[in-house]
Design a protein around this ligand. Structure first.
Ligand SMILES: Cc1cc2nc3c(=O)[nH]c(=O)nc-3n(C[C@H](O)[C@H](O)[C@H](O)COP(=O)(O)OP(=O)(O)OC[C@H]3O[C@@H](n4cnc5c(N)ncnc54)[C@H](O)[C@@H]3O)c2cc1C
Length: 439
């Protein structure tokens, strides 16, 4: 009879959450299997985006000495409002954004994830790539005691499993921690291009002094055809990450083709000069679970915990997902270490994970923003009407010279009310405040 393969813990998925969890447990002396379906960590991962040093540091305090493959520090951030042929920029630079090290760095997951997983391997985690976990092994009482992989005789045993499978939460469903697929109205399909440009050209086009400065912006307005959707632009060292996300139900209902939407966005008169003559390095798409708190599964059961995107830990307004994944991975790992030390992997022991999450911004923020994705669903005007109005209003303001200003303000009022009646606009602002403040 073949001997059972046993570890102290199994982590499913070597993404941001999974490698963080594996690193923390392995460093504490546990024997950890890190199972990844991709050929190597990061191979199947895709994001905007910016990654946050506070989270990296929590898991790996000396990360700077280990030369992480980060791109540029984000020294300018904010919103761009696209009109039909104009652009209003609302960005901030300097001040807290000049902090060293910066809070946020742009990154490319194909570079960052293998390095992140390597930090886990270096402290002893055993990476098993090209292997998909397809099911769980459970004891008679339902307790999770291992996983089944797609390899021949691919059963691996461990008293605790951390599920960091990302947005396609098939295993989380299989375990009965959530009883439905994510709703298309609460999942965005994000698609982006990585466009290569010489470093100097990027610095010139974005007004950045050197590659020690970088920009990260969310783009609203004339890119999503008035439908719930948002774009982004990130500067990397020698490339740009430019893309957008649109809710899945909207893409289906209006039969929109992501590639065509992205082309339209890239050809916008304000965007085209920024990407001109760039060389397409990568085109890809990935889902983002934007339902937040209301779409979260139960976070644990006997012998298992769910972390990161698999648990819908994303704050879409603030582009926070990487930090939640990394810190949740760490907290799940700490719970597993405590369980390992006392030999208790019961559901009650795993519940500590959720208690720990409540002590952080993760569950506090997700609860506060619990109505935000529904708010956007019901108020698409924030993606189109208002950004367009801002462009027109500022354009009018700065071209109304030598005119009675009463006329200017009449025009501004008209520019708003022709798009949205005044009372409705006031109602929109109140609804927005309520959605953000969690009232
Ligand atoms: C376009 C886009 C832009 C974004 N921008 C930002 C941003 O700027 N800032 C930010 O903080 N967040 C951003 N996010 C969100 C962020 O990327 C995610 O929240 C984060 O990657 C979640 O990490 P994770 O470890 O939970 O999941 P993932 O990073 O998706 O990792 C899951 C891993 O599990 C593996 N896996 C899945 N199933 C199995 C299985 N059955 N067996 C074995 N392995 C499996 C996958 O291959 C993958 O490696 C963005 C997301 C997208 C799509």
């Amino acid at each position: 009879m073949t001997e059972k393969i046993r570890f102290d813990a199994i982590v499913v998925g070597a993404g941001l959450a999974g490698s963080a969890a594996a690193m923390v447990m392995a460093r504490a002396g546990m024997n950890v299997a890190l199972v990844e379906r991709g050929k190597e960590p990061g191979g199947k991962n895709y994001f905007g985006g910016a990654i946050y040093t506070h989270a990296i540091e929590e898991v790996l305090p000396d990360y700077r000495d280990r030369r992480p493959p980060l791109e540029r520090p984000v020294t300018e951030a904010g919103f761009w409002f696209l009109g039909k042929d104009g652009l209003t920029k609302m960005t901030v630079q300097g001040g807290p954004l000049n902090r060293e090290p910066a809070d946020a760095y742009t990154a490319l997951r194909a570079h960052f994830d293998p390095w992140w997983a390597k930090q886990a391997q270096d402290v002893g985690a055993f990476l098993i790539p090209k292997t998909t976990v397809v099911d769980f092994i459970r004891a008679a009482d339902g307790q999770v005691i291992g996983v089944v992989t797609d390899r021949p005789q691919g059963e691996i045993y461990a008293p605790v499993v951390i599920i960091s499978e990302g947005v396609n939460n098939l295993l989380t469903q299989k375990l009965g921690l959530i009883d439905h697929d994510l709703e298309p109205a609460h999942v965005a399909l994000a698609f982006k291009q990585v466009i290569a440009l010489p470093m100097e050209e990027i610095n010139n086009r974005f007004g950045l002094p050197d590659d020690g400065h970088g920009l990260a912006v969310s783009v609203l307005g004339d890119l999503s055809l008035g439908l719930p959707g948002m774009g982004f632009v990130y500067t990397n060292k020698k490339s740009l990450s430019v893309g957008m996300g649109v809710m899945l139900d909207v893409l289906a209902e209006y039969r929109l083709k992501p590639y065509e939407l992205l082309q339209r966005y890239l050809q916008h008169p304000a965007i085209a000069p920024l990407v001109k003559d760039g060389q397409l390095l990568e085109y890809g798409a990935h889902l983002i679970p934007e339902g937040g708190y209301r779409d979260m599964p139960k976070l644990y059961t006997g012998g298992a915990m769910v972390v990161g995107d698999a648990a819908a830990m994303v704050n879409a307004l603030h582009w926070e997902g990487t930090n939640m994944a990394i810190i949740a991975g760490k907290l799940a790992a700490e719970t597993a270490i405590e369980a390992h030390n006392v030999g208790d992997f019961s559901e009650r022991a795993m519940a500590r994970y959720e208690e720990k999450l409540w002590d952080t911004f993760i569950l506090q923020d997700l609860k506060q923003y619990r109505n935000f994705s529904r708010f956007l669903e019901k108020h698409p005007q924030f993606m189109d009407v208002y950004p367009n109005f801002v462009n027109d209003a500022l354009g009018t303001f700065f071209t109304s010279y030598g005119k009675p200003k009463k006329e200017l303000f009449r025009e501004l009022k008209g520019a708003l009310t022709s798009r949205r009646p005044l009372l409705k606009a006031v109602g929109d602002m109140i609804s927005m405040a309520r959605a953000v403040m969690g009232w």
